[in-house]
Design a binder for this molecule. Structure first.
Ligand code: MV4
Length: 435
């Protein structure tokens, strides 16, 4: 071997300690790269969210394209636009598509036109007309939920249970939305009280062809942070799954969707209700890769460079069941507060149908600057039960010392009767103190 990617890491960590400046050489992906460029200070606004800084890095390295990943600028239409205008390729949809889906009201409209089932609601922004808002809420039936058009992911929402609080709640929500998102536009939906979160993975070639890769259940989340995801979503009649997926494909064809995307649904009483579309690849995409055998990242890059996809719907045959546990550097006994520090011992599981996606190694230093997710453990099985057993075996093999992680919490979750029986909804982890 010409080089040892670990060389000098332990010594460097030890001599600098935790309080010191983080060195980019401390990151394995930087060590493995042919070239690297510093994009700014650790604070995201100075670096990963700084558009000129990213575009400068593309210029000095003579890059062809940028993969926006997830988080940061991955759903920022201005970034996609500036990348394109600077002569580079953005691996994702067009800026127009990102903008259209970023506005939740226009996203719902696009989906309705394609026949995607949506939540009964205002189907447009609420205006100043109080009488009209009251009439609408009565028609829909309480409880209703007020959402910000520019919101998403759980931010800027308010549930209203009766008429007396409606008008005030609309005003408060709009004022909040204005200060959070720079737009006070809000809309109404029927509030579903115990839904599951089911999402459908789509891929479009940007020319009007599109396919889907089935669904995932992401109901297990805590304070809008997903904890464990699975594919396919359990206990949904296949005819219904396929029918809804067909409407998703229609929507992607209509808008000439380019790249990977996800349509998010609430699922309750055997019905799907579209709520939002994500125009990026998601953290939980590996569970879909495991059941379909398709490398979603490769397909994203292929489509960006060729404007074509070799994927054919009839050839996509999901097999078995996959689970993903997000391993966070957090302390569940201290209200999930981040647990930064140096990983002193690291042993990652491996074996048949076991996959670890992540960035950690012995000597890795977790900084307080970013999200606390440090890796993901993904297991596939011939069926859901086999996937659960394999995940439990893999979690037992996983050793991370020096920091506190959510590994033990996953063991409790995977053996809980309600999880084993898929008897949960989006509120379960927030309401029950099971983890
Ligand atoms: C809802 C809902 C119930 N009814 N909309 C929260 C995140 C954002 N993507 C949409 N969210 C919700 N929208 C209606 N009409 C319940 C939620 C919700 C939720 C959705 C998905 C995953 C976790 C959630 C946790 C709490 C509330």
């Amino acid at each position: 071997f010409f080089f040892n990617p670990y060389e000098g890491i332990a010594e460097a960590q030890e001599s600098r300690g935790l309080g010191d400046v983080y060195k980019r050489q401390d990151l394995m992906h930087v060590r493995l790269s042919d070239e690297s460029v510093c994009i700014g200070a650790p604070s995201p606004t100075d670096s990963y969210l700084n558009i000129p800084s990213i575009i400068s890095a593309m210029e000095v390295t003579d890059s062809d394209a940028v993969h926006p990943g997830y988080g940061f600028l991955s759903e920022n239409a201005d970034f996609a636009e500036q990348v394109k205008n600077s002569g580079f390729s953005f691996i994702g949809p067009t800026a127009e598509t990102i903008r259209m889906m970023g506005d939740k009201i226009s996203a719902i409209e696009v989906m309705r036109e394609a026949g995607v089932p949506t939540v009964p609601g205002s189907n447009g922004p609420l205006d100043e007309n109080d009488a009209r808002a009251l009439e609408l809420a009565r028609e829909i039936g309480f409880p209703i939920i007020i959402k910000a058009a520019a919101g998403g992911g759980g931010r800027g929402m308010r549930v209203v249970y009766n008429e007396t609080e409606l008008l005030n709640s609309i005003k408060v929500s709009s004022t909040e939305a204005q200060s959070f998102f720079g737009s006070g536009i809000v809309y109404l939906e029927k509030f579903l009280e115990n839904p599951r979160h089911v999402e459908i993975q789509v891929i479009g070639d940007g020319e009007g062809d599109a396919i889907h890769l089935g669904d995932r259940d992401c109901s297990l989340q805590r304070r809008h942070q997903k904890v464990l995801e699975e594919a396919p979503a359990p206990d949904i009649p296949d005819a219904l799954r396929n029918e809804v997926a067909a409407t998703c494909i229609q929507a992607c064809k209509n808008m000439k969707y380019r790249g990977a995307g996800t349509l998010e649904f609430l699922y309750q009483d055997e019905r799907f209700y579209f709520i939002e579309m994500n125009t990026r690849v998601q953290v939980e995409h590996p569970v879909t890769e495991m059941i379909t055998g398709i490398d979603i990242i490769k397909e994203q890059i292929h489509i960006a460079f060729t404007g074509d996809t070799a994927l054919i719907q009839d050839e996509i045959k999901p097999r078995g069941h996959a689970l993903e546990c997000r391993i966070n550097a957090e302390d569940p006994s201290k209200n999930f507060q981040p647990s930064p520090g140096i990983i002193s011992v690291c042993h990652q599981p491996s074996g048949f149908r076991t996959r670890v996606d992540g960035s950690i190694f012995q000597g890795y230093k977790i900084t307080p600057y970013y999200d606390s997710m440090v890796c993901k453990l993904i297991c596939h099985g011939r069926n859901r039960n086999e996937a659960i057993q394999r995940m439990l075996r893999s979690l037992d093999e996983f050793v991370i010392e020096g920091i506190t992680t959510t590994i033990d919490l996953h063991k409790k979750l995977l053996t809980h009767k309600k999880f084993v029986e898929s008897d949960f909804n989006v509120s379960w982890l927030d309401n029950e103190k099971i983890i």
